[in-house]
Write a protein that binds this ligand. Structure first.
Ligand SMILES: Nc1nc2c(c(=O)[nH]1)N[C@H]1C(S)=C(S)[C@@H](COP(=O)(O)OP(=O)(O)OC[C@H]3O[C@@H](n4cnc5c(=O)[nH]c(N)nc54)[C@H](O)[C@@H]3O)O[C@H]1N2
Ligand SMILES: Nc1nc2c(c(=O)[nH]1)N[C@H]1C(S)=C(S)[C@@H](COP(=O)(O)OP(=O)(O)OC[C@H]3O[C@@H](n4cnc5c(=O)[nH]c(N)nc54)[C@H](O)[C@@H]3O)O[C@H]1N2
Ligand SMILES: [Mo]
Length: 755
């Protein structure tokens, strides 16, 4: 393998101390105009997140109620997502004739994403050097032939990325189960799975318990392991309102993220010209994975301060005595080592909690992608239960989801471990017996492909090859597949690193008009706060050959199953209300679905802890849990690497090469290291290093050619961007219980490049 060379033009400047403002408006409009032209830009951006428009596909942050929406209800990164989809370039058969697979393999995600929208179904035949055109019918027949040829339905994998609509997700999981498998791995497995597991065990439902209003009304908002300035920019508007209403904000993060420090709201004159809003009042630069220790110490101090909500605990919880006993004493030295904080900072945090009456606790990937993630989330729940912060206005748990419909896909049954009651309802509605054995999640799916136990991989969106851990292993696994099928809008590495036979099935994006069945269709989505609403694209499709995700799934299903079980695939694809009527009868909380989503702004799904302080757990109450304080030790001379997003990317999609808030321009192969570590390792800002990860299997995984950037991160904790660093994450390095790759905890050493 030839060594990757450092990027020649990279520039490193000073990190910013505020987010958004005029530069954000300029950047988003600039990118949109370049890709879509002025007319499409204006048309598209004005429909973003409007009541009769389309739902922004960039993140799952909720929309304000219809009365409180801005004319421009979008952020810089939402605009980038729309521009990326609205690209006026096209790649059809000519492109694939000109570029062999061998050629495409050398291209970066950045290059691939800029080639334009996919226009026609393409196939790569076994041994073929190029993709060639194929008709839709032949493509469906090809998938059907492979699926019918498997020894068992469990040899197939049906992956979903969280952009799929509720309707597409519902028919997709129905197809997988009618075909005979629960192998429905999804991007959640790499994302908020730890949240789903931690919350389901303790409060009985794997979803957050707050609404946007709760955020506005809270008197304390804690934000752990999340960089909203980049990944959920519209959250900053909510934080600004909360702040104006008197809230205190605490940020817990190894890095000082601009978006947590200050917000210059680009939608307000004061934000563009004025001083903006200071956000975090307290900033705890915790060490990687120090959160479990921090929240145990916090619980310990709150117990000592006697602020427990005894009535709530007595009426609604179990396990308090064991929890209180566990935290009666705490090993301070252990807490300080794990967190890297001063004890006084933790005392101060406890003071803030003790005097607050409405606390919202937010978190994202900095919490979920750790070995101890589930335990940490259960510790969040412990502290919330201690003070009775669930099911009251202005308070609650707020996991902030990633993909715009990742939560909805789960609600619709895209889950390798769907509950029995869901399978019962599905089976009763469609008259078949769904498989009961749990399916494979994302990590297990790679193992199954690697070991030859799975042979067909279907991806409803996403970029599995680049998003998953252990790129070397994942790529080799996918190449072993007999057939890989990708339903996509744009070219990515999962099209190039493919099975013996490979299909690219190009689909409509959220912004585009969907006239399946001859009438205009809309779809529905669910945001991070369980609000469901309709989304309708209005732009002309990128190509006349595109089909909707629903149409493609139903096409594959009809070809594979024929009229087995009498499921009306054709009717579903011609009128999505037909799907919604079924959703109404199968999915809890969706009664009258087709009618409810016609209401302006949609409706909110039930959430028993939020709505009535009832907890659908086994004991029927919320559960306090006890977790050992297990700090993971790192050998001398080794560092903990977290892999995160730059400001110019959406997961594996790279929009540009800048990370404005962190001061990086024209490059991505950087690693952020503290001054103390640089001094100790005899390295300096500007040096080029290779990253080598060390794992108990003895295999050394490498990612080469990273420029060192001296940065304010705790000693021992370094950071770099994903997906470039995915080769470093061992497949078996996963969070306990949730099996999520530990993308925020990779033990590495830095090797200086010689010459
Ligand atoms: N523009 C844009 N928007 C997006 C995405 C995107 O790529 N681009 N992705 C979408 C998706 S799918 C998701 S899941 C979300 C992701 O949203 P985020 O979770 O905000 O994404 P990351 O960039 O992974 O940021 C993780 C944050 O956690 C911090 N962190 C790392 N380790 C620790 C730790 O041990 N403890 C604490 N307390 N903090 C830690 C990091 O410093 C960083 O600030 O965003 C969604 N929205
Ligand atoms: N190291 C490391 N790895 C990570 C993470 C991390 O923080 N660090 N984060 C993890 C997380 S949180 C997530 S969610 C996963 C993301 O994993 P995925 O969801 O699999 O990846 P994306 O990059 O979001 O998928 C991008 C592709 O989706 C397709 N696409 C875009 N829009 C549409 C559409 O409307 N319909 C269809 N059918 N396709 C579309 C395009 O072809 C595009 O190339 O990555 C995970 N991997
Ligand atoms: Mo995610």
């Amino acid at each position: 393998m030839t060594a990757v060379q450092p990027e020649p033009d990279i520039e490193v400047g000073v990190p910013k101390s505020a987010a958004a403002g005029l530069p954000a408006v300029a950047v988003s409009l600039g990118m949109a105009m370049k890709q879509m032209g002025p007319v499409r830009t204006a048309r598209n951006l004005l429909r973003l997140n409007q009541v009769d428009g389309f739902d922004c596909m960039s993140c799952a942050w909720p929309d304000p109620d219809p009365e409180h929406r801005h004319t421009a209800e979008f952020c810089e990164n939402g605009a980038k997502a729309v521009a990326w989809e609205g690209d006026t370039n096209r790649i059809g058969p000519d492109f694939f004739a000109a570029h062999s697979l061998a050629d495409l393999e050398t291209r970066s995600e950045y290059w691939m994403g800029r080639q334009g929208r996919l226009t026609e179904p393409m196939v790569r035949r076994p041994g073929g050097t190029h993709y060639e055109p194929i008709s839709w019918d032949d493509a469906f027949a090809l998938v059907a032939e492979h699926l019918r040829g498997l020894a068992s339905p469990d040899e197939a994998l049906f992956y979903t990325s969280g952009r799929a609509s509720n309707e597409a997700a519902f028919v997709y999981q129905l197809f997988a189960r009618a075909y005979g498998t629960n192998n429905l791995p999804d991007c959640s497995n790499m994302c908020h799975e730890s949240t789903s597991v931690g919350l389901a065990d303790t409060i009985g439902i794997g979803k957050g318990s707050v609404s946007l209003d709760d955020i506005h009304q809270a008197d304390l908002i804690v934000i752990s392991g999340q960089n909203p300035g980049t990944n959920h920019p519209r959250m900053l508007s909510a934080l600004e309102i909360a702040k104006r209403n008197g809230a205190t904000i605490v940020a817990i993060n190894p890095l000082r993220e601009a978006g947590l420090l200050k917000f210059n709201n680009p939608q307000k004159p004061s934000g563009i010209a004025g001083r903006g809003t200071e956000l975090a009042d307290h900033y705890l630069q915790v060490r990687s994975d120090g959160d479990l220790a921090l929240w145990q110490a916090l619980g310990h101090l709150l117990l000592r301060r006697g602020v427990a909500d005894e009535a709530f605990i007595a009426e609604h919880t179990v396990g308090f005595a064991a929890y209180a006993e566990h935290l009666r004493e705490i090993d301070r030295a252990e807490v300080l080592a794990a967190t890297g904080l001063e004890w006084a900072q933790i005392e101060q945090l406890a003071d803030v909690f003790a005097r607050s009456t409405k606390i919202v606790n937010c978190w994202a990937m900095g919490i979920t992608q750790h070995r101890n993630a589930v335990a940490t989330i259960k510790e969040f729940v412990n502290v919330a239960l201690l003070q009775g912060m669930i099911g009251k206005p202005g308070a609650g748990l707020c996991p902030v989801r990633g993909h715009s419909n990742v939560q909805g896909d789960r609600t619709m049954g895209v889950w390798e471990r769907s509950p029995e009651e869901f399978l019962d309802a599905l089976g009763a509605e469609f008259g078949f017996e769904p498989p009961r054995e749990h399916g494979w999640d994302a990590v297990k799916a790679v193992r199954a492909l690697r070991d030859g136990a799975a042979k067909v991989f279907v991806g409803l969106g996403g970029n599995f090859v680049s998003a998953m851990s252990d790129t070397g292993v994942t790529e080799a696994a996918l190449r072993r597949a007999r057939l890989t099928v990708q339903v996509s809008t744009k070219l990515n590495r999962s099209h190039v690193v493919c099975g013996g036979t490979a299909l690219i099935l190009p689909t409509l994006g959220r912004t585009e008009r969907d006239r399946s069945g001859g009438t205009e269709q809309r779809v529905t989505v669910e945001d991070s706060m369980s609000a469901v609403h309709a989304s309708r694209g209005r732009m002309a499709p990128a190509s006349e050959h595109l089909r909707s995700e629903v149409g493609i799934v139903c096409g594959i299903a009809a070809a594979t199953l024929g009229d087995r079980h009498g499921i009306p695939w054709t009717a579903f694809s011609r009128d999505y209300d037909e799907i919604r009527h079924r959703i109404a009868r199968v999915v809890p909380g969706c009664e009258g679905y087709a009618e409810k989503i016609r209401a302006r702004g949609g409706f909110t799904l039930p959430h028993p802890p939020r709505d009535s302080r009832t907890f659908p757990t086994t004991p029927g109450r919320a559960v306090f849990s006890v977790s050992p304080l297990a700090a993971v030790r790192v050998p001398a001379g080794r560092l903990v690497l977290q892999t995160m997003r730059s400001h110019d990317q959406f997961n594996t999609t790279i929009y540009g090469l800048d990370d404005r808030y962190r001061g990086i321009h024209a490059g991505r192969r950087v690693v952020f290291v503290s001054a103390a570590d640089l001094a100790e390792l005899g390295l300096a800002d500007g040096d080029v290093v290779d990253l080598v990860s060390e794992w108990s299997d003895g295999v050394e995984r490498r990612a080469d050619g990273f420029r060192l950037v001296e940065y304010a991160t705790p000693k021992g904790c370094v950071a770099a961007y994903y997906p470039e660093t995915n080769p470093l994450i061992p497949l078996d390095s996963v969070a306990l219980e949730s099996n999520t790759p530990t993308s925020k905890w990779v033990v590495v050493r830095l090797e200086r490049r010689v010459g």
